[in-house]
Design a protein around this ligand. Structure first.
Ligand SMILES: *Cc1c(COP(=O)(O)O)cnc(C)c1O
Length: 458
């Protein structure tokens, strides 16, 4: 049987899968030197996998990954790429036309699965045909919602190479979410390597038209069978992916927000700063109520002073004209109530480099001040009335930036300035959102060289 591994070129994988004599499931004992694993010539038993891996795995903070119960560095304490098994589908699906895509409905041919158990540690990672999961009805995830997710995208540049955008940030956030749920953590680069391999295998599914992408959804769930509430002894990490149509079909159309003073998304001491599945289900009814009133999104507020936190499932950016004529960009500070968005972080970083003069960006205000500070609805109302409010936008992986043209708040519609052309093009974005879209898309597609771009073939 051919030996296939993370380092096996896609060509050889396909050739091996096509050979009638070869089984379609391959164990992958070959070793990647890039991950400091010592070479060995035979497939490892689970027990000696760690021995051969040499030094214990480190988590994202540089600590050895330890058993959550005993504190001991456990065997199979990390996702082990040398154990990867790849099974290619025998029934490739028809790839849908980009123009007909509905977000999150059609998935690529393959998925990643990595199981974990509290006594045996991480199991062998698999890339396998996309298929339903087999779960016991008593699985913890179905009752108490131990589940977390991530969302990132792969973009094909003009050279046809798919690139991940800042997957290291998603892996860092995923490990934070995992730790919050008493799930095991892992070395982020290892899962990034698996994501690249998945995208390489399903690369025909990554659309090429401007504004399109492949959305990647890493997930972890508690699969232990049993109704006791506690740390799940069995976890499944899986990753699925779906092609996404161009954002300009809806992305530039300004939205109206409903600033709810009734429902609260997140609170001090709560889990709003983690991407846990349990944070989202309860937002659906408020969203429906906002929609019934004619608003596209909820603006989540907090506290008696009505602090702005997030827009639907996006972070928030606001800009004001200051008395001295300079422009202030404001986003609320991270903490229990704000999800640390990768797009938010990217925008802050680009704007701060402009502010400091390290990398000036054409189209941004000459004098720009970047602030992470609290903002209240009375601040917004006052700025809207005295003409110092310049723009408001939501930001996240899905749309990158999404312009806001009004906020329903206490029986009033607060007007927010937007570009002129009513959603037909990027000109409906305000000046900062417009430049951020250009700069971020450039880095996603590889047109602007950047450390944020991770080509899947490197
Ligand atoms: C995912 C998410 C965001 C945006 O994060 P990105 O990493 O930029 O996609 C913002 N707010 C909430 C509540 C989210 O779930």
């Amino acid at each position: 049987m051919p030996r296939l591994s993370i380092a096996t070129p896609l060509r050889s994988l396909r050739a091996a899968a096509a050979r009638p004599s070869a089984a379609t499931r391959f164990a992958a004992p070959a070793v990647s030197k890039a991950f400091h694993l010592s070479a060995r010539s035979t497939a490892p038993a689970a027990a000696d996998a760690v021995k051969s891996a040499g030094a214990p795995a480190l988590n994202t903070t540089g600590q050895p990954i330890a058993d959550p119960m005993t504190g001991e560095v456990s065997k199979n304490a990390d996702i082990d790429l040398s154990r990867l098994e790849i099974e290619l589908t025998k029934n490739p699906k028809k790839i849908p036309e980009t123009s007909k895509l509905v977000f999150g409905r059609e998935f690529t041919d393959h998925m990643i699965c990595v199981p974990w158990n509290s006594t045996t540690g991480w199991g062998a990672p698999k890339i396998q045909p996309y298929a339903p999961l087999n779960l016991d009805p008593s699985s913890t995830v179905l009752h108490y919602a131990p589940t977390l997710f991530e969302g990132l995208k792969a973009y094909k540049g003009k050279d046809g190479v798919p690139r991940l955008f800042r997957p290291d940030k998603n892996m860092e956030r995923m490990n934070r979410s995992a730790a919050r749920l008493a799930f095991p953590t892992f070395t982020g680069e290892h899962l990034t390597t698996l994501l690249k391999k998945l995208v390489e295998i399903d690369s025909a599914w990554v659309p090429t038209e401007p504004g399109t992408s492949l959305y990647i959804r890493p997930t972890m769930i508690g699969t232990q069978a049993g109704l006791g509430v506690g740390a799940s002894t069995d976890i499944l990490l899986f990753v699925i992916a779906c092609p996404v149509g161009p954002y300009y079909s809806t992305g530039f159309k300004p939205v109206k927000l409903y600033a709810t003073t009734k429902d609260v998304r997140a609170w001090p001491g709560g889990t709003g700063g983690y991407k846990l599945g349990s944070n989202y289900a309860a937002g659906v009814v408020p969203q429906q109520q906002a929609a019934a009133l004619g608003y596209q999104q909820i603006l989540w507020l907090f506290g008696p002073e009505h602090r702005l936190t997030e827009v639907g499932t996006m972070n928030l950016g606001v800009s004001f004209t200051r008395p001295d004529g300079s422009v202030e960009f404001v986003t609320p500070p991270l903490g229990d109530m704000i999800l640390p968005g990768v797009t938010r972080d990217s925008i802050l970083s680009l704007l701060r480099d402009h502010e400091s003069g390290k990398n000036r960006l054409e189209g941004l205000p000459e004098k720009l001040v970047v602030s992470e500070r609290d903002l209240t609805m009375p601040d917004i109302v006052a700025a809207s009335k005295d003409g110092t409010l310049r723009e408001i936008f939501g930001c996240g992986t899905a749309a990158i930036v999404s312009p806001v043209d009004g906020i329903g708040y206490q029986d009033e519609l607060i007007k927010v300035p937007v570009g002129e052309d009513g959603g037909k093009s990027f000109l409906s974005l305000g000046e900062i959102a417009r430049v951020m879209l250009r700069e971020i898309v450039g880095r996603q597609t590889g047109e602007i060289p950047s450390e944020w771009s991770f080509p899947v073939n490197e």
